[in-house]
Design a protein around this ligand. Structure first.
Ligand SMILES: Nc1nc2c(ncn2[C@@H]2O[C@H](COP(=O)(O)OP(=O)(O)O)[C@@H](O)[C@H]2O)c(=O)[nH]1
Ligand SMILES: [Mg+2]
Length: 260
């Protein structure tokens, strides 16, 4: 893999994505659910349903899409404020010369995070979930049609408030990364185990704050292991650039994992 072939800001796809949602002219994709009136927008009636029982088929379709285009899709899960967008900003800026990135942001009511990613010049689309907190594979399917990530690239999906969601749906991603900050407390992996059970990597963020917070890192890691004994943890700080090389090496390794 190498950097992107074209700048997203100059591409026709960028015009399409930033210009408007297919139905609302607001610059984002909405999570439409045919079963809930409140999520409907004019002209959306023909869009596909995102009900949970229909999640598997679009997930398989996404997986096939990623495999056929040699795209590594990473589902990034974590509490609001854990440092997900900061991690993406830093990662894309550091590795854009060697890896082509695109991002699906899941903002509930704003596109603040999307604007932050736009600054990195990566391809990005805002997926508005409105009052819902769950991400379904059909939403990703809809977003991919507009985003059109490049072949041989890495796609980040910044998931929203995942700890509070009752179910974490498979959206067809190859890797799941869970991020929790040192300010969240040692017991969180036990309180919200779902994210940790299915993750491939755990990032413990904001290590620069360790001198100021009352947290026992060993106890935190022991709690993570109670939920998922094999889960690898990387301790890092975007602020101080600590531990970031270990994370970058993980990204490099998985981006090479795919066939050329
Ligand atoms: N001290 C410190 N703050 C950070 C770090 N990473 C992110 N933050 C701050 O944490 C807050 C939430 O970060 P953000 O990336 O928006 O989190 P998200 O909601 O998970 O996307 C922001 O004020 C960031 O500046 C870090 O490594 N150290
Ligand atoms: Mg964010």
């Amino acid at each position: 893999m190498s950097g992107c072939h074209s700048k997203w800001e100059n591409s026709p796809e960028h015009e399409k994505s930033c210009g408007r949602c297919a139905n609302c002219a607001n610059g984002h994709v909405h999570a439409h659910d045919q079963n809930t009136e409140r999520n409907k927008h004019p002209g959306s009636e023909s869009r596909s349903s995102v009900s949970s029982d229909g999640n598997e088929i679009p997930a398989a379709r996404n997986r096939f899409y990623f495999e056929s285009k040699n795209i590594v899709a990473i589902n990034l899960l974590g509490a609001s404020g854990a440092g997900k967008t900061s991690l993406l900003e830093n990662t894309i800026t550091a590795l854009s010369g060697e890896i082509c990135f695109s991002v699906i942001e899941t903002d509930r009511h704003s596109n603040y995070d999307t604007k932050r990613i736009e600054e990195t010049e990566a391809r990005v689309i805002s997926l508005r979930t409105g009052d819902g907190c769950q991400l379904f594979s059909q939403m990703i399917n809809d977003a991919l049609k507009i985003l059109k990530p490049e072949n041989n690239s890495v796609l980040f999906i910044e998931n929203l408030a995942a700890p509070l969601c009752p179910t974490l749906h498979d959206v067809g991603e190859q890797k799941r990364v869970v991020i929790l900050s040192v300010t969240e407390g040692e017991e969180k992996p036990l309180v919200y185990p779902e994210m940790y059970k299915t993750a491939d990597l755990c990032l413990i963020s904001k290590s620069d704050l360790l001198p100021y917070v009352d947290i026992d890192l060993e106890y935190l890691k022991a709690n993570i292991r109670k939920v998922n004994n094999d889960l690898r943890c990387i301790i890092l700080s975007c602020r101080l650039n600590e531990g970031m090389n270990e994370w970058y090496d993980w990204i490099r390794a998985i981006s090479k994992m795919k066939k050329k």
